[in-house]
Design a protein. Sequence first.
Length: 269
Amino acid sequence: MTQNFLFLGLSYSSPILVCAMGHLIPTFSFLLSVIHRKTELNLRCSAIQVQVIGILVSIMGAVLAEFFKGPLIRPSSHHLRQTKQLFVFSSTPEFWVLGGILLAAASFSVALSNFIQKETVQQYPKPMKVVSYYCLLGTILSAIVSWIVERDANAWMLKRNMELILIVLTAVFGGVIRPNVQVWFTRMKGPNYVPLFKPFGIAFATTFGVCFFPNSLHYGSVIGATIIGMGYYTVLYGEFKGDEEEKSCNESSDSLDKKIPLLQEKMEV
C-alpha cells in the first residue's frame, strides 16, 4: 500500500514533494500515539509543547507545498518534454493536489505500520518472525492486487531498457545499501543520529528532479519543503527532550530506591 501510494504520488507530483511529505511520518506517529493513549498529551510538559509546535509547523509546510506553487524558479526543460521519457514515472502538473494527498497517505501508512509493528514486537518479542510474516503477507497481497489490476501477462515481462535498470537500482540502493548503512550508523552513533540527516534528501531530490525529470521548480515547493523540514527537526527535538526527561526521572527514582533501604536500616538501629 505504501509503495503504491508513493509511486502514484510521484507520478502526479515531483521528487521534492515526495521527500517533503515523507517528513510527516513523525507527525503521524505522534498523533497515533496520542489517539491510542500511548502518549499523554500534557501541554504543561515542555517536550510535548515542542512536539506540538513541530507538528503545527509541519502541517503548515505541507499545506503550503500542496496548494501554493508560487513563481517559477526554474521552468521545465523543453528538451525533456519533447524527447522520450527515460523514467517510468513522470509528473503530471494538473494532478499536483492529488499527488500530495497520495504522498501524505503513504506517510500515514508508514507511521501506522511502524506503530503496529512496535506494539506487535512488545507483545511478541521475536522480531525476525514478525518481519518474516510481514514480508510474506505483503508479497501475497501485492500479488493479488497486481493480478486484479493488470491481467496481461506481457505487461510483467522485463525488457532490457531503462525500466529494468531502474528496478535493479531501486532494489540495490533501496533494499540493500540504504538499510545496511542506516543500521551501521545506528549501531555506531545511536538511534538519534540517522534521522538527523533525512531532510538532506530534499536537496538531493530537488537536484535530481530538476536535472533528470521534466519538472518545473516553484518557490512554493521550496518554501513548503523548508518549513516541513523545520517542523521535522522540531518534532525530533521534542522527542529527544522527552527521552532525556524520562531517563532523568528513572535515574532519580532508582537513586531514591537505593536510599530507602539505608533509611530503613538506620530507623531499625
